[in-house]
Write a protein that binds this ligand. Structure first.
Ligand SMILES: NC(=O)c1ccc[n+]([C@@H]2O[C@H](COP(=O)([O-])OP(=O)(O)OC[C@H]3O[C@@H](n4cnc5c(N)ncnc54)[C@H](OP(=O)(O)O)[C@@H]3O)[C@@H](O)[C@H]2O)c1
Length: 259
């Protein structure tokens, strides 16, 4: 995609953090947004204050089947140029302490809802011969660390799904971009699930010490405009980790185990 101006962009997770910063930056560049999350009041207030006309489209992405049906209904009245699968929930719990249902919930929001919304927009993009699907995975989708076994499983999975989709849509005019942020200062740790499914409800110094949501949003937009396949976003070790793991896998695994 060469410009943001005039594009209709369906953005999930628009009520907080990276999604909120993306909404602000994309609207400032002239996009028309379809804003998705569960917090309707927050989305309506956001749509009101952003420059331009935008649509609020609340969905609970813990229910991928419902999300797929709502997505199909949306596509009857909308032409979506770009889908940004940004909504997500992290984890802070050891495998031994994590209930099976928590693994399922982490997969619903971080993997199956991405598959569902992507499948909802795909037929329209294919028939028009144009479109861009952008997904926010994570450095946790490249390098597994402690306390993230369910989250990393979903974020690794979504990278594989998007790699396959990119190959399938290569000659159909559809671009597929996967973003892997390192630590970003948002509410992600507060909202992370613990072993029994309750929220952590406290900050994580790794995230508070990360890049800002605004910087992350700017880098995501640059990746979209350059039609990049996959981009690692962040600073310090969390940005370097995927490259280090590729060339020195044993060293990285030892570092991660000792941390
Ligand atoms: N922050 C980081 O360090 C970091 C690093 C790597 C990757 N990421 C990824 O970046 C993305 C954005 O995270 P963030 O850091 O901006 O976190 P955040 O501040 O917690 O925002 C998460 C967003 O997801 C939405 N969401 C959560 N559960 C939902 C559900 N069931 N249905 C619909 N929407 C839901 C939230 O909206 P509602 O609560 O209003 O529904 C919110 O808008 C996620 O995919 C995350 O995994 C973040």
């Amino acid at each position: 995609m060469s410009k943001i101006q005039g594009q209709t962009i369906w953005l999930t997770g628009a009520s907080s953090g990276i999604g909120l910063a993306l909404a602000e930056a994309l609207a400032a560049q002239g996009a028309r947004l379809i804003l998705t999350a569960r917090s309707v009041d927050t989305l309506e207030a956001l749509a009101e204050r952003l420059p331009g006309e935008h649509r609020v489209f609340p969905i609970d992405l813990m229910d991928p089947e419902g999300a797929y049906a709502q997505g199909q209904a949306l596509l009857e009245s909308e032409q979506v140029d770009v889908l940004i699968n940004n909504a997500g929930v992290s984890q802070r719990s050891l495998t031994l302490d994590t209930e099976l249902q928590v693994y399922r919930d982490l997969m619903e929001i971080n993997y199956f809802s991405v598959v569902a919304l992507t499948k909802a927009v795909l037929p329209q993009m294919q028939s028009r011969g144009t479109g861009h699907i952008v997904t926010i995975s994570s450095v946790a989708g490249k390098v597994g660390t402690k306390m993230r076994s369910g989250y990393a499983g979903a974020k690794f999975g979504v990278i594989g799904f998007m790699d396959c989709l990119r190959a399938e849509t290569f000659s159909q005019g559809i671009k597929v971009t996967t973003i892997c942020p390192g630590f970003v200062h948002t509410q992600v740790a507060h909202n992370a699930l613990t072993g029994d499914g309750s929220k952590l409800n406290q900050p994580d110094p790794d995230n508070t010490g990360g890049i800002s949501a605004e910087q992350c949003a700017d880098e995501i937009i640059r990746a979209i405009l350059r039609n990049r396949d996959e981009v690692i976003v962040g600073k310090g070790l969390s940005k370097l980790a995927p490259t280090l793991q590729r060339f020195f896998p044993g060293v990285v695994r030892k570092l991660v185990a000792k941390r």
